[in-house]
Design a protein around this ligand. Structure first.
Ligand code: HGY
Ligand code: MN
Ligand code: MN
Length: 409
């Protein structure tokens, strides 16, 4: 046996190769869950998993597992993330964690090590939640937080049904996940925020992840002529929606408890330049590391909706799309991450995650934690998302060391 080593060139090349799959005519990267582009990315990943000699299992929600079986039937150590993307995405979000996990297994196999327990790498279905809600769907089903039947029945923003689409792309597995609970779960991910870069740190040992609230709000007003209708007589759904978007933004900006608020999608009907909108449908994403604060943010939104509806003589409905409480990761694994980074002479700090991740779902059923590496300018969910090659390799090395400690090598 020799010391396992990350093959940096292979890892970096695979990140670029996967990042080239699912680009549109304008070169924008979009691999929404269960789309043709997602199928192409999945096919490439499965080919790489098989080439390393892993047993590939697809479960009923389309989660992909690459398993290194050993002669024990102990629960596997699980590593991984997701390979679906948002619209016009960067190439590192999710993909880096899956490909680094694959690289760790390849490095261990090539070094001839014999892990004391099986190890598996996962690519969870629909982490982004852009086409079908909720986000982190595949890992939520795996963790028992959503029935697979309910998930498969979800209707997307394009009117498709997730189960139909998974069947269409050939990733509707016939069985549940190959193991009910992992021994532990470690997810390597780009930070997607500015903290590590700002503090010139190499590694984040993620110990908490903030709560997430997604709602779809539909305001109903009355269409009318843009030119003849006096302002005082309007029932303008578009104006009411705009006031709500401004309210959540300004409230989050003003408060000091770490709240963030985003109106990421909005649609007017009939959406004509000279017609007062009769309907406005939009999403509100609220997050806070503290559950009580997040509830306050939700209550403030609800109160403002009532106020603006009365004032503008409109009505509204709210559809709850996602609600996840803040998560605290496993202290021992977080400490392992600290130690592994320090042992390599890498600067490291404890931190929270502003983004949602599959780790927050797997943490429901097993000890879990995350490793972050810096994102340039803190940018993500944007084609300008970037992490330097050296930082990517540093993160993969820390993952390798944490894995070897967790599987007794
Ligand atoms: O929304 C999130 O934080 C994740 O990217 N799905
Ligand atoms: Mn992600
Ligand atoms: Mn993401």
């Amino acid at each position: 046996m020799k010391n396992p080593e990350i093959n940096a060139a292979r890892l970096l090349d695979r990140i670029q190769q996967l990042g080239a799959i699912g680009r549109d005519a304008e070169g924008r990267l979009t691999r929404l869950a269960a789309s043709d582009a997602d199928m192409a990315g999945r096919d490439q990943l499965v080919a790489w998993l098989e080439a390393v000699g892993l047993e590939v299992a697809i479960d009923r929600i389309g989660n992909i597992f690459g398993i290194w079986r050993t002669d024990t039937d102990a629960n596997p150590l699980l590593i991984g993330s997701h390979i679906d993307t948002v619209i016009d995405a960067g190439i590192y979000d999710g993909c880096y964690g899956v490909l680094a996990g694959l690289e760790v297994l390849a490095a261990l196999k090539e070094a001839g090590v014999a892990p004391a327990r099986p190890i598996a790498v996962a690519a969870f279905t629909n982490e982004e939640g852009v086409r079908y809600t909720p986000d982190m769907m595949g890992s939520l089903v795996y963790a028992g937080g959503l029935s697979v039947e309910d998930a498969l029945a979800r209707v997307g923003i394009d009117g498709t049904v997730l189960g139909d689409e998974l069947r269409r792309i050939g990733y509707a597995g016939a069985r549940d996940a190959p193991f009910a609970t992992p021994h532990a779960y470690v997810e390597l991910h780009v930070e997607q925020g500015p903290v590590l870069e700002h503090k010139n740190l190499a590694i984040g040992a993620v110990e908490t992840l903030q709560g997430i609230s997604w709602q779809r709000i539909t305001v109903q007003g009355v269409a009318n002529h843009a030119g003849t209708t006096p302002m005082a007589l309007r029932r303008d759904a578009g104006y009411a929606a705009a006031k709500v978007a401004a309210f959540v933004h300004e409230r989050a900006k003003a408060n000091t408890s770490g709240s963030v608020a985003t109106v990421g999608s909005i649609a007017f009907e009939p959406n004509a330049i000279n017609v007062i909108p009769s309907r406005a449908s939009f999403t509100v994403d609220l997050r806070n590391p503290d559950e009580a604060r997040l509830r306050q943010d939700e209550a403030a939104l609800q109160a403002f909706l009532d106020e603006i509806a009365a004032r503008e003589n409109v009505t509204y409905t709210v559809e709850r799309l996602v609600r996840f409480e803040p998560v605290t990761f496993d202290k021992q694994i977080v400490a392992l991450i600290d130690e592994a980074a320090a042992a390599r002479g890498l600067s490291v700090r404890r931190m929270t995650s502003g983004a949602g991740h599959d780790a927050q779902m797997v943490a429901r059923i097993a000890p879990a934690a995350m490793i972050f590496v810096p994102s340039k300018d803190g940018i993500s969910h944007n084609p300008r998302e970037y992490t330097a090659d050296a930082a990517l390799v540093d993160g993969a090395n820390v993952l390798l060391d944490v894995v070897t400690r967790l599987v007794g090598i």
